[in-house]
Design a protein around this ligand. Structure first.
Ligand code: SF4
Length: 326
């Protein structure tokens, strides 16, 4: 591993000053970054440890819930407010990683984790995300885990987070602090599609810090479900995952939220399928129709055509669970 400097500022101001310097990276739980440094995929000159910042709180706020960027994944998953207001988020976090990892990984770090595309991790292979302009090893290589939506000819990787899929479905907002002030970004606008710049995973500027996430109150707590299909139940990244949430009254779907993981470079919100659900009876037939709507525009590669069948089946199943039909 390349040698690096390590600093641990105790104020937000000093963190922002430190990360403005070239060659720096923020570290919190380190559960992805340290792996990437060991593999030589990321080679920062200096790590800025932000664990001294007071960003671990989870609090009820007017109109929703605030979750600090340094709140641990395990802490959020087990939090009473989260479990009662947004059980979907708790389920997604528990599906996301082993207990050991959940005890280290933070909310901000979960959002910032990088793809698990094997070509990205192998520094001997071409990868536009790791080394722009070198090509994409997965395009003609082994691409079983890769995208079926929103990819480009530069990159077909998927985002690995489960938490982010639930956050996208729940209309969360990301709170960001820079040296010139704070800003808010819709969670669905935080991560990027690869386009011609696959090296950029998200819209956070180099000198900005995620300070937290806010989730607005909703009427979905009684009818939500996170379903993750993976190769091993003992923790693996999603082949396909679905965050499903509905407001059902007298058997009719008043409102719905749907997002998928394991299918795109960012959490893939299914707004057309949500629209197809609204006003319909909460039945298996309705859910199957919405799943077909969700798949419009999907395209597969050599090894991942199975996702074209797995994804709509997972959407239907997640909706059935959310509605209490299974
Ligand atoms: Fe790299 Fe993206 Fe291609 Fe994977 S899919 S090799 S991350 S450019």
């Amino acid at each position: 591993m390349k040698q690096f400097q390590y600093v641990r500022p105790s104020s937000q101001q000093n963190v922002l000053a430190a990360i403005a310097q070239p060659g720096t990276k923020i570290i919190a739980g380190g559960s992805n970054l340290v792996d990437l440094m060991k593999h030589g995929v990321m080679t920062p000159d200096k790590l800025v440890d932000i664990n001294r910042l007071p960003l671990r709180n989870i609090s009820d706020i007017k109109g929703g819930l605030h979750i600090g960027a340094l709140a641990l994944n395990s802490q959020v998953a087990e939090d009473k407010l989260v479990k009662s207001m947004f059980p979907l988020l708790s389920q997604a976090l528990n599906a996301g990683a082993s207990a050991q990892l959940r005890n280290m990984a933070t909310v901000g770090g979960n959002m910032m984790q990088r793809t698990r595309c094997p070509y990205f991790y192998d520094v001997a292979m071409p990868c536009n995300k790791r080394s722009p302009g070198t090509g994409c090893g997965a395009l003609e290589g082994f691409n079983r885990m890769h995208a079926i939506f929103g990819f480009s000819d530069k990159c077909i990787a998927v985002h690995p987070s489960d938490m982010a899929v639930a956050m996208a479905a729940l209309d969360a907002t990301v709170l960001i602090q820079g040296r010139k002030g704070a800003r808010r970004l819709k969670f669905t606008d935080f991560h990027r599609l690869p386009g011609n710049t696959p090296e950029l995973d998200n819209n956070l500027a180099k000198d900005e810090l995620i300070t937290g996430v806010e989730i607005p109150v909703n009427n979905f707590a009684n009818h939500s479900y996170y379903l993750k299909v993976r190769d091993r139940a003992s923790y693996a990244f999603a082949l396909v995952s679905v965050a499903a949430a509905m407001d059902i009254q007298n058997g009719i779907i008043k409102d719905a939220r749907l997002a998928m993981g394991g299918v795109a470079h960012k959490p893939w919100r299914l707004t057309a399928a949500e629209q197809a659900l609204r006003g319909k009876p909460a039945t298996a037939a309705t859910f199957e129709q919405a799943a077909q709507v969700a798949m419009q525009g999907a395209k597969s590669f050599k090894d991942n055509a199975f996702k074209l069948k797995m994804a709509p089946a997972t959407i239907t199943e997640a909706l059935k669970h959310a509605a209490g039909l299974v």
